[in-house]
Ligand binder design. Structure first.
Ligand code: SF4
Length: 330
């Protein structure tokens, strides 16, 4: 039986962090046998907010690719490609822009939120408004059945479904409606307790050294009630414990939670357990990164071959799109 198709992408808008690892990459690896997976480096999307300075783009694209491979993505199983090498995405984006009411884009929650949040860049551009539309083109062009999403990304998927439906109503049934595959960890706290994000400068990067990781955890925010070693705390109010939930065993979580509530352990001891577990997860990633960074020709081959496969699938869809609209004379 033919496998169902999954599409997902990641923006090269900075170095990847452990939130990307547990929120996206580990999940991508887990499902690469089960589905026909298309994973892409969303470099056009990176321009929506980073258009004024692209000096680091090449480095970030390489970083995303190397991290994907180090995390265990296998180019023989999943199609790994670069968005800007598959021009069909842009063609479909133009077509979808003709049929999408402006109001649909303006009401995507992240549009206003991000404009308010990001102060150091002018996001008052068509590209930023049209971001969900390009994302819709990315998904629809592969006629993907599933898109891995966190709960907060559901509205983006919903707009893709609406746009696909609208296209089908106008021109005939070309696009299936993609469904969300909910990911297990969608919110990873940063060192200040807010969601881990480059915008907040609170990330533990996959490119950090063991010493940097250790330092970041040691200075990470805790439950503010625990000022002295003898103060009892509530682990649920501590971002450190949220990371334990991701990286520590159930037994360790129970032990540190109990120790926190009773002041049986100090925050330093609690953090030491987390540091040990985090380093265990990151060690193979670091090893993989070192090895892939030494093979730039292999990286180029992987992207070229993956992008070729993606172009083939995208071209098939665009044939149907052009015929459905009436562009094709055949
Ligand atoms: S003991 Fe651990 S969970 Fe409790 S406040 Fe300190 S660091 Fe956070």
């Amino acid at each position: 039986m033919k496998k169902k198709r999954v599409l997902s992408g990641i923006q090269p808008s900075g170095k990847l962090h452990i939130g990307n690892l547990v929120g996206a990459l580990q999940n991508w690896v887990k499902i690469q046998d089960q589905y026909e997976c298309y994973y892409f480096i969303a470099d056009w999307h990176a321009l929506t907010s980073q258009y004024a300075d692209t000096s680091n783009l090449k480095e970030y694209i390489t970083d995303v690719l190397v991290n994907c491979l180090a995390a265990g993505l296998d180019p023989e199983k999943a199609v790994i490609f670069q968005q800007s090498r598959v021009l069909e995405h842009a063609e479909l984006h133009v077509i979808l822009s003709m049929i999408t009411p402006l109001g649909w884009l303006e009401r995507v929650p992240s549009y206003k939120e991000k404009q308010l949040e990001v102060k150091d860049k002018d996001l008052n551009t068509y590209g930023f408004l049209g971001y969900p539309l390009l994302q819709s083109a990315d998904i629809l062009i592969y006629r993907a059945h599933y898109v891995p999403v966190g709960v907060d990304q559901m509205p983006h998927l919903e707009i893709t479904r609406e746009i696909g439906r609208r296209f089908n109503n106008f021109y005939g049934n070309v696009f299936p409606e993609p469904e969300g595959l909910l990911t297990r960890f969608h919110k990873v706290p940063g060192t200040d307790g807010r969601k881990m994000s480059k915008t907040y400068d609170n990330c533990i990067f996959l490119s950090d050294t063991p010493e940097e990781v250790e330092k970041k955890i040691k200075t990470m925010k805790t439950d503010p009630q625990r000022i002295k070693r003898t103060d009892k705390g509530d682990p649920e109010l501590s971002p450190v414990f949220q990371l334990h939930k991701i990286f520590s065993s159930k037994q360790e979580q129970d032990e540190v939670a109990e120790g926190c509530r009773t002041a049986g352990i100090g925050c330093i001891d609690c953090k030491k357990v987390l540091i040990r577990n985090l380093l265990t997860v990151l060690e193979p990633i670091w090893e993989g990164r070192r090895s892939y960074f030494e093979k730039p020709a292999l990286l180029e081959d992987i992207l070229r071959s993956g992008s070729g496969k993606a172009r083939q699938a995208a071209a098939e869809t665009m044939d149907s799109v052009r015929k459905a609209i009436g562009f094709s004379l055949k």
